[in-house]
Structure formats: C-alpha cells, structure tokens
Design a binder for this molecule. Structure first.
Ligand SMILES: [Zn+2]
Length: 147
C-alpha cells in the first residue's frame, strides 16, 4: 500500500474543513452526548463499532468517504486504481457482512457518512436520535420490538 496515495486521498477528503483537527467520530459522539445519548466505546462486537448504545441496543458507524466508498465523494487515485477499486469494494462488502452479523446478534445498525458530520454535525446527531426514537431501522431488515 502506498503511503503517498493514502496521504493524498486524505488531504482530498479533509480539504473541506479548515483548522479542524477533530475527527468526525469524536464530534458526532459529543453531539450525541449533548442529545442525552449515552454510548460506550471499545467494543468487541463485529466491525469494532465506533459508537455503541447499549440501552438502545443500537450501533452507530461513521463511514469515511474514501474508505467506505462514498458514492458522492469517492475519487479513486489515478495510480494503482485497480488496486484501490478492489480494496474499497472489499471494504464495502465487509461493511455489509458486519451489518448482517450485528443484526443477527440483535443490534440495530445506523451508518452515518463522514461528509454529513463535516457538513452539519448537529443535524446529523439529531437525525440519529430521531431514528433511534422512532425505532426506524438502519440498513438491516429486522423489525425492532415495540416499547
Ligand atoms: Zn461522502
């Protein structure tokens, strides 16, 4: 894997934010906390989730635009593009597999794009909270139990 390409991709991805060195995960966590959601970190669940909400039996992933192949922002590096295409496709396949595994374990999975957090973290957090409250599903198919 080429560090040069990775660095270039990262700079492309980061170019929209200036002077911010906070990670999207971190800003989302803070915003969720402000909404009153209590989360847990460091989980051994499939996919090593970013944010685990045990009381809601829900998991939030923050998907980076490059590594998770965001349909809006992904630009493949011009060099080694086949390598990157394969790599990113595998990443996406792994995401789907993780979603299924978590669903089988009874977790609700909500995936949030990095670009949504960068654009408006507060709105993104509110959307996540609403989804949790409404019992709306993430990408998995299970019906959540009525409370
Ligand atoms: Zn994106």
């Amino acid at each position: 894997m080429s560090d040069v390409l990775t660095a270039r991709q990262r700079s492309l991805c980061m170019s929209r934010i200036r002077g911010g060195n906070t990670k999207p995960e971190l800003t989302l966590r803070k915003a969720l906390w402000a909404c009153g959601l209590r989360y847990r970190l460091k989980s051994r669940l499939p996919g090593t989730p970013d944010i685990v909400l045990p009381s809601r039996k829900a998991i939030v992933f923050v998907d980076g635009c490059f590594w998770h192949a965001c349909p809006t922002h992904l630009t493949l590096p011009r060099t080694n593009s086949q390598f990157w295409r394969d790599k990113l496709r595998k990443n996406v396949e792994r995401d789907r597999r993780v979603d299924r595994e978590l669903a089988i374990l009874g977790w609700r999975v909500i995936r949030v794009w990095e670009h949504d957090i960068r654009r408006d973290v507060r709105r993104t957090a509110v959307r996540v909270c609403k989804r949790l409250d409404s019992g709306e599903k993430g990408r998995e198919q299970r019906k959540s139990r009525a409370r």
